[in-house]
Design a protein around this ligand. Structure first.
Ligand SMILES: [Zn+2]
Length: 731
């Protein structure tokens, strides 16, 4: 941003932050002297750097080169516990001070990571009980990372000690701007711990939650299999016991483990808030479809959400899991966009950060492919298009030792520049040109997709069909609702439904009274609610409701579930009524057979004893509509049906784009920016119905506009066409 001084930058960025209701972080208000060219430093465009793994003789060269790329920050030290505290209680931060100083000299700000994800060997030798026990009851061994128990008080005390000492040491250090607590909590080979400390923690948590054993026994139905507890100390954790665990106990254990990890983070947060009031605090995790920790709780008190993003690594993992075909042009963009939309929605449409963005081949024992030319830029823009305000690339250099030797950074093993080096430099330059007004602007969404942790965990405990997965359903629905991945917030039942035209919520297996009330009031007041099979089967205690399904929502949905069941070898089809007219659909793994009391039938089953009976319905309730899709529709029927419902709810896009292209809108005041992203290798042609300004060239564009393979365009709506969503969508 040449020519913009710090005051102008802050005024602009704080105005846009204020417009979306973001609390101004103290770091943004800091009046500490900054270099005259430092306005862009306040943007978080950086790289993850490991001075702890790099000879000090190279730090100066690294800092100079990092600055030359245009980066404004690095994240460092999140795995450096052993160097910072070589012996218990003996802290050595001189090296880290020198690293921060070297970076700051080149105007590189520093995000410090607290190191609790990888405790040093002295700790686990002195305190072997801190090591977690996995779901098979086996204690893990130190030697990797993320092998610790989230409940254990010794691990918590020592994690807090190193974090506190870091905070005291670096609170006033020039160049330090913020913190990342820990690293990717629960993301390891064993996302849950089942040790004795966790059992005691679980029992205490249950005591607080239920108050009395009578209440707990009733909620779980422990009379079944003679499991009535007469003392909280008798309650087990769901380790192998010869048969399946009580579903209520198992669901509460997922909730407890999520709580244990969040409260572990909160201990460090409390200290950082107290000792470093000028700094922002966040953590890094990966987004959906990972469901091992409730991200809404984890990020609830942090300044912003930061996620890690590795599209090529996802691709490799999905192939390893047997997913066929080329995934990089459809499945991966949808999965990544789902994660980005979730990240943005956690704090209610507030810009988020990518703390680790893939910059090269990635993997521990196997490599993902080298990103194609243009893909790293495309992935960066995909994050920005879906609401990111900052991006850090992983990582600066590539380790020549340790478990991540294959995880390539911007420098190769021999310190030559990686294939994506220049592309990243160019991308950073472009993002700086976009500036804070765009990067910190809110995102435009008229639709919402519900992701609910209770549903996800309860379906995992009792899927009903071996192939039924809540996260798969949510991911499939996300891809089906909008092939251009446009305008979807990913919300929970605790969020405000009122600002959306249509809310989608697949497999609402567990329904709380509060969630039922929210759905009821949303539809009553004119919203369109779309759901599918297994609606409201269970209450929050994971007991099956005693009323006909869908329990408390029967009047809202206007149906009763007459029969339900999995589909294994047989085939079942769906014939659509005129409202959803189109080719017959196929029913995948589940069929709820409906009995419509008041609702209009949208489709009927075609085979067996269910032939001719309702497979989908739409009910008018109050001012709105409630749609029940009883059949597990497979693509392409699912896409056709969900898109038709969105259209009839009045959802509009600025214009249509071909398959494989993302179209998203960010807006601030009367300004709107449209992002077009081509996820395929072949050029696409986009028909742009009215004049926009292409921000890369400054030229006006209209009509058939080319979009290169892996190409990106950012268009700005002119004042005259700013109401682009209102009048250009086909009827
Ligand atoms: Zn434990």
């Amino acid at each position: 941003m040449p020519g913009t001084n710090r005051r102008e930058f802050l005024t602009g960025s704080l105005a846009s932050l204020g417009a979306v209701g973001i609390r101004y972080p103290t770091w943004a208000l800091s009046t500490a002297p900054v270099a005259s060219n430092s306005s862009p430093d306040q943007l978080l465009l950086g790289v993850d750097y490991y001075p702890d793994q790099t000879p000090e003789a190279l730090w100066e060269e690294d800092a100079r080169m990092i600055a030359e790329v245009g980066f404004t920050n690095v994240r460092i030290a999140e795995f450096a516990w052993a160097l910072m505290e070589p012996v218990e209680g003996k802290f050595e931060f001189d090296w880290l001070h020198r690293a921060v100083q070297t970076l700051h000299k080149h105007n590189i700000s520093v995000i410090l990571g607290t190191p609790s994800a990888a405790p040093p060997p002295w700790l686990t030798v002195h305190y072997p009980e801190v090591v977690e026990v996995n779901a098979q009851g086996m204690r893990l061994r130190p030697g990797g990372r993320r092998f610790t128990c989230p409940t254990n008080q010794t691990y918590r005390r020592l994690s807090l000690a190193i974090a506190s000492e870091m905070a005291r040491t670096f609170a006033e250090t020039p160049g330090v701007i913020g913190w990342q607590i820990d690293n990717e909590l629960t993301l390891g080979s064993s996302p849950r711990c089942y040790c004795n400390f966790c059992q005691a923690g679980f029992q205490a948590w249950l005591h607080t939650k239920y108050g009395s054993l009578e209440n707990l026994n009733r909620s779980w139905g422990t009379v079944f299999w003679s499991q009535t507890y007469t003392d909280f100390s008798q309650v087990p954790v769901p380790l192998p016991s010869g048969a399946d665990a009580n579903p209520g106990l198992a669901l509460d254990y997922d909730r407890y483990q999520s709580y244990a990890n969040s409260s572990f983070l909160e201990e460090q947060l409390t200290v950082l808030r107290k000792l470093c009031p000028k700094h922002f605090v966040t953590t890094n995790n990966v987004g959906l479809p990972l469901d091992t920790i409730d991200m809404r709780s984890l990020y609830g008190k942090l300044d912003f959400v930061a996620f890690d993003n590795y599209p090529g690594f996802f691709d490799m993992i999905l192939h390893q899991q047997g997913k066929p075909g080329s995934l990089m042009s459809d499945v991966i963009p949808a999965t990544v966009a789902l994660g980005h939309d979730f990240a943005r929605s956690i704090h209610g449409n507030k810009p988020f950060m990518i703390m680790e963005e893939q910059s090269g081949k990635a993997g521990q024992s196997t490599f993902s492919p080298q990103p194609e030319k243009g893909q790293v830029r495309l992935w960066t823009y995909q994050a920005v298009a879906h609401g990111a305000m900052g991006v850090n690339y992983f990582r600066w250099d590539t380790a020549t030792f340790g478990a991540e030797e294959y995880w390539h950074g911007m420098l190769n093993h021999d310190r030559s520049k990686s294939p994506a080096f220049e592309e990243i430099r160019q991308t950073v330059k472009e993002l700086k040109a976009l500036g804070p007004e765009v990067l910190k602007s809110p995102y435009l969404a008229e639709m919402a997709l519900v992701f609910d942790y209770d549903c996800s965990w309860a379906v995992k405990i009792q899927p009903g069909h071996y192939a039924l997965s809540y996260t798969d359903q949510v991911t499939a629905w996300y891809g089906a609702i909008s092939p251009s991945r446009s305008g979807i917030d990913v919300i929970g039942f605790g969020d405000d439904f009122g600002k959306y035209k249509i809310v989608f919520a697949p497999v609402v297996y567990v329904l709380s009274d509060a969630a039922a009330a929210r759905i009821r009031s949303f539809v009553q007041n004119g919203g369109v609610f779309v759901t599918n099979f297994r609606l409201a089967v269970k209450n929050e205690s994971s007991q099956i409701v005693q009323t006909p399904l869908p329990g408390p929502l029967r009047d809202v949905m206007g149906v009763t579930v007459a029969e339900y069941g999995p589909i294994y070898s047989g085939k079942q089809g769906v014939k659509f009524s005129s409202v959803l007219s189109g080719p017959d659909g196929e029913c995948g793994i589940w069929a709820d057979v409906l009995q419509a009391s008041r609702a209009e039938v949208l489709g009927t089953y075609t085979s067996g004893s269910s032939a001719g009976r309702p497979a989908g319905t739409m009910n008018s309730f109050g001012q709105g509509k409630a749609i029940y899709i009883g059949a597990d529709l497979t693509p392409p029927s699912l896409s056709r049906v969900l898109q038709k419902l969105a259209e009839s709810a009045g959802v509009k896009r600025p214009f249509e784009v071909p398959a494989g292209v993302d179209l998203t809108v960010r807006m601030a005041g009367d300004k709107q920016w449209i992002f077009l992203l081509n996820h395929g290798p072949k050029p696409q042609s986009i028909n742009i119905p009215r004049a926009f300004k292409d921000l890369a060239t400054g030229a006006a564009v209209r009509g058939e506009v080319p979009l290169d393979g892996y190409g990106v365009r950012v268009l700005q709506a002119s004042q005259l066409s700013r109401k682009i969503t209102a009048d250009t969508h086909p009827a």
